[in-house]
Design a protein around this ligand. Structure first.
Ligand SMILES: Nc1nc2c(ncn2[C@@H]2O[C@H](COP(=O)(O)OP(=O)(O)OP(=O)(O)O)[C@@H](O)[C@H]2O)c(=O)[nH]1
Ligand SMILES: [Mg+2]
Ligand SMILES: [Zn+2]
Length: 308
């Protein structure tokens, strides 16, 4: 015999599903408990966090071909920002925003470089943080993902393959394009060609003469400059000599661009491994030129917001 019992219906829970949450990047409707946007795979945490803020978050894109040094650069940048309270005060939003910095710093502390970023967008690390200069009242909310180079190349060659990249770049206020200085100096043109393609993609993505990419700030950063001293001394001369096409394209298409050089390690050794082949071993962590491009973009995008 079964005893009678009262089963609460809890149908009120369904009501929550009736109110869609819009993805912060592509504006697609998602249920309130979705972790990733069903349309573009961006984390829905961004939409929830943005809804709690008074100021609209600013997006900063870090792009470059595979192995250009995006993960190392962004991880080191976040680590430096979190330890420079006299220059910029940084508060990360959401535990997931610390993972990138943690992975990079842990890897470098163990004398290895972080792993290659997986090409699936649901495996990327996103950083959402609040920044404030010590002497200023106003703060900036910033969103920066560490996207995979392979996915960026694919999206540039075949637009709409990775919707999250298109949506993010369309909304970004500024871009840091990383280019491998060692491969340029050695005469490999792949990074030069790719960055040129990427900049044309950006220019066409939003070609509004007032608010499009031709007016937004673009920082070209030559990475791994620790192995290429001439690049540190004069990044513009380096660009003219080793990435002429890229240099010309910047002159023609982007009114606000600047060249920088950055390096994270002091010395690199090479080790042969049976499993992985030749691998680079970072011997000392000596970051140079990491903050400068970021600070420049921060100041430039702040000017944009004030004039709007
Ligand atoms: N010497 C030197 N080598 C670096 C530096 N940054 C990165 N590298 C080398 O470049 C490789 C790739 O760096 P990543 O940061 O993983 O490159 P990525 O752009 O994130 O690549 P994907 O994840 O494939 O898009 C590393 O494994 C290092 O061998 C640097 O500052 N100096
Ligand atoms: Mg990476
Ligand atoms: Zn979306």
């Amino acid at each position: 015999m079964t005893r009678n019992m009262i089963q609460p219906l809890e149908s009120y829970r369904l009501a929550q599903y009736a109110v869609p949450i819009h993805c912060y990047l592509c504006d697609a409707e998602n249920t309130f408990d979705a972790e990733l946007c069903t349309h573009c795979l961006a984390p829905m945490a961004l939409a929830h966090q943005a809804a709690d803020q008074k100021t609209e978050p600013r997006m900063l894109a870090t792009v470059g071909a595979s192995s250009a040094g995006k993960t190392v650069y962004l991880g080191m940048l976040m680590d430096m920002l979190s330890r420079l309270p006299t220059r910029i005060r940084t508060v990360t939003r959401g535990a997931f925003s610390v993972t990138l910095q943690q992975n990079t710093v842990t890897a470098l502390a163990h004398r290895r470089f972080p792993d290659k970023t997986a090409s699936e967008p649901d495996r990327w690390n996103w950083v959402h943080c609040q920044l404030r200069r010590p002497n200023r009242q106003e703060s900036v909310e910033l969103i920066m993902p560490d996207m995979a180079g392979e996915a960026i190349v694919e999206e540039v060659d075949h637009p709409h393959t990775y919707r999250v990249i298109g949506a993010f770049l369309k909304k970004s206020a500024a871009v840091i394009a990383l280019v491998d200085a060692i491969s340029l100096r050695e005469g490999h043109r792949d990074h030069d060609y790719f960055t040129m393609k990427l900049l044309s993609y950006l220019a066409e993505l939003d070609n509004d003469p007032k608010t499009g990419w031709c007016q937004r700030p673009v920082a070209i950063v030559f990475t791994k400059a620790d192995q290429c001293e001439s690049c540190f001394e004069d990044p513009v001369a380096f660009a003219k000599a080793h990435a002429t096409g890229l240099w010309q394209q910047c002159q023609e298409r982007f009114q606000r661009h600047r060249f920088f050089a950055a390096g994270v390690v002091g010395a690199v050794a090479y080790s042969e491994s049976m499993l992985d082949g030749n691998i680079d071993v970072p011997l000392r962590v000596e970051p140079r030129g990491i903050i400068q491009p970021f600070e420049w973009l921060l100041d430039e995008t702040t000017k944009d917001q004030k004039t709007r």
